[in-house]
Ligand binder design. Structure first.
Ligand code: CA
Ligand code: CA
Ligand code: CA
Ligand code: CA
Length: 625
């Protein structure tokens, strides 16, 4: 984001210098399979026992890899259903006497069988039985040959959906995080999967410690699993800061986020959840019955989904007042645009099928007593949580963009457009293998070296397609077929299965005029956007998510307060006035265990191995014979 009065263009070269000067090798680039491969190589001359044990271990890893790939094929629907599909007709048996080949060399054979038991509706407990055979599994051993050697392991693991970690920051930007302002206060973490760039500006980034768990019973909140992410051995409330999947350019930053130990470069990407297909959210909204609804004052406007019943328009205009606030309860889906401003209340989330528009101030009727705890210590945070757990909390999530202020105004359009089209702020789906723009030269910044992202800017939309094998395993979601683009694969960053060019103002504009024919809610007759909007927004309560751009121009005479979190793929925020204050809502702490996490998008968590047992018998004996 940029402060309007600042000079532009002066800092572009500084960040290039940083890119060139930094070279870090991430261990995360290496698949865990390589470890096992190394084990296999060293065991060639050693005991067959070691070899068969390594084979069994490789079988576990390959089975998990298969399940992870199955989840990806259902990426935009519900990744867990991709794993579940493998168990549609009983145990999943990915390998039966399958040769384990590394670099063209056969090391032995494996048989793996996996059983799954549902844990709730959002997870699976897995039991993976893997056997390594040398030289061959019984099924492939010629009659009369000496019996094979074998080793078996039984591994229990869990995989499930969890609240996406993009909501751990006050400001999360997928492509390019930029703070080009001096009077910018980020009271929480700032994170980007691409570069994080403050150029030579002096924003104040205070950071926010993260916790594994949050439980709230009555007015008592308990945080646990404090993450000492600055690694100083202290749990003193001074953790958090700036996190980036690429380099961090923030030499002049002020506050806790200015410390080297609180700046984390080249971190593993935090995958953005994908909202290109809202069917999962619609099902959830409908299942909740009256527990998912939007009211205007005392009147229920709809329950579950808006736009699926006859008589409902596709779009909603929701302007709340103190007397008749917009009340949101639970998860609801609106199939078209949502225009929302004024006074809101309740605890809920609106998922919009197109854009979310916030034309004017958006204010909780019953906000937390203060926007942030008295300080960042665990005790102060728990006290704040206990006092504010039941206060208003609303998330607004757009399949497309979040557009704030009067986007029909010439000044708005000029500022936002200049940054939408800026070379650092790329949004075209030609971002290459890492899905991050401006990384074509790799970490060494030199073109023509081994770490280049050669698929970036090659004018080819590189994606994967469903195969006949996927079909045979039941791994093609409804509505798609063999040959269809796998939504969200390769360079299809937004998961709609088609190539998307650079975002333009046209993507941010309304697609229909506001009137009673096109809109439901508080609409009364034809409503020009300028009559309900303002370019002096100074208060924004809520958690925002967009798969595309967060676009905002505002120039009020008072300080701007954003209370919640902003999660976006790209942003064009241009502001004026005394200051912009982003206040992370601590009710988002605790990841999937957070009190309100159920309202937010889910992504698949890691396959967590819980126990690993060597067996002195072969659980796969029957299927390997
Ligand atoms: Ca610490
Ligand atoms: Ca490409
Ligand atoms: Ca790239
Ligand atoms: Ca796309």
């Amino acid at each position: 984001m940029e402060r309007q009065q600042s000079e532009r263009g002066e800092t572009g070269n500084a960040l290039v210098a940083v890119l060139v000067g930094t070279m870090v090798v991430s261990g995360l680039l290496y698949s865990s399979l390589i470890t096992t491969t190394a084990d296999l190589r060293t065991s060639v001359q050693s005991l067959d026992e070691v070899r068969t044990a390594s084979l069994a271990q490789a079988g576990v890893e390959r089975a998990i890899n298969n399940m992870r790939n199955a989840a990806r094929l259902f990426n935009t629907v519900n990744p867990l259903s991709g794993v579940e599909a493998l168990f549609a007709s009983g145990p999943y048996v990915p390998f039966v006497g399958t040769p384990l080949v590394v670099d063209g060399r056969v090391y032995g054979e494996i048989t793996v069988s996996v059983t799954a038991v549902a844990r709730g509706t959002e997870g699976l407990d897995l039991t993976i039985d893997s056997t390594g055979y040398f030289p061959t599994a019984p099924v492939n051993t010629p009659a009369g040959a000496a019996p094979s050697r074998r080793k078996s392991v039984r591994v229990s693991a869990y995989v499930g959906l969890e609240r996406s970690r993009v909501f751990d920051s006050a400001y999360f930007l997928n492509n390019w995080g930029w703070f080009y302002a001096n009077n910018l206060y980020c009271n929480g973490n700032a994170r980007s999967n691409g570069q994080f760039d403050c150029a030579n500006y002096r924003p104040i980034i205070s950071g926010q410690p993260s916790y594994d768990n949050l439980t709230i019973i009555g007015a008592t909140a308990t945080l646990s699993g404090y993450q000492d992410d600055n690694g100083d051995g202290l749990q003193d409330g001074l953790d958090g800061g700036i996190f980036s999947g690429w380099d961090i350019n923030a030499t002049q930053v002020v506050g806790n986020g200015s410390l080297a130990k609180n700046q984390h470069e080249f971190q593993e990407a935090v995958e953005m959840p994908n909202l290109s297909n809202l069917s999962t959210y619609e099902a959830k909204a409908i299942a909740a019955g009256a527990g998912s609804c939007v009211k205007i004052g005392a009147t229920t406007l709809f329950t579950g989904v808006y736009g699926d019943d006859g008589g409902e328009r596709q779009n909603l205009l929701l302007i709340g007042t103190a007397l008749n606030p917009i009340e949101i309860t639970g998860t609801v889906v609106v199939r078209g645009n949502v225009i929302i401003a004024g006074v809101i209340k309740g605890q809920g989330a609106i998922y919009a099928g197109r854009n979310v528009y916030v034309p004017n101030n958006l204010t909780y009727q019953n906000p937390p007593t203060t926007s942030r705890p008295a300080n960042n210590t665990q005790a102060a945070t728990e006290a704040w949580l206990g006092a504010n757990a039941t206060k208003d909390f609303v998330a607004l999530l757009a399949r497309e963009n979040v557009v704030l202020g009067n986007h029909t105004n010439g000044t708005w359009r000029s500022y936002v457009n200049s940054w939408l089209s800026h070379a650092m702020n790329k949004s075209e789906e030609d971002a290459g293998e890492d899905l991050i723009p401006n990384t074509a030269g790799g970490k060494d910044g030199q073109f023509g070296t081994e770490d280049d992202d050669v698929l970036e800017d090659d004018n080819v939309f590189t994606v994967a397609r469903y195969t006949a094998t996927d079909a045979a395993l039941g791994l093609i979601p409804p509505g798609l077929t063999v040959g269809s683009v796998i939504p969200g694969s390769g360079e299809d960053i937004d998961g709609d299965g088609v190539y998307d060019n650079t975002l333009t103002l046209a993507n941010l504009d309304l697609d229909t005029t506001i009137n009673n024919g096109n809109y439901g809610g508080t609409v009364s007759g034809s409503t020009p956007y300028g009559t309900i909007s303002s370019n002096t927004i100074s208060r924004l309560d809520g958690v925002f998510y967009t798969n595309h751009a967060f676009a905002w121009y505002t120039n009020p005479s008072t300080a701007i307060h954003c209370n919640g979190a902003i999660v976006s793929r790209n942003e064009s925020i241009i502001y004026g006035g005394p200051s912009l204050n982003m206040n992370y809502d601590c009710r988002l702490l605790g990841g999937g265990t957070g009190a309100l996490s159920d309202l937010l998008p889910r992504t698949l968590g890691p396959f967590a191995v819980q126990t690993w047992m060597n067996l002195d018998w072969d659980p796969n004996n029957a299927i390997s014979n």
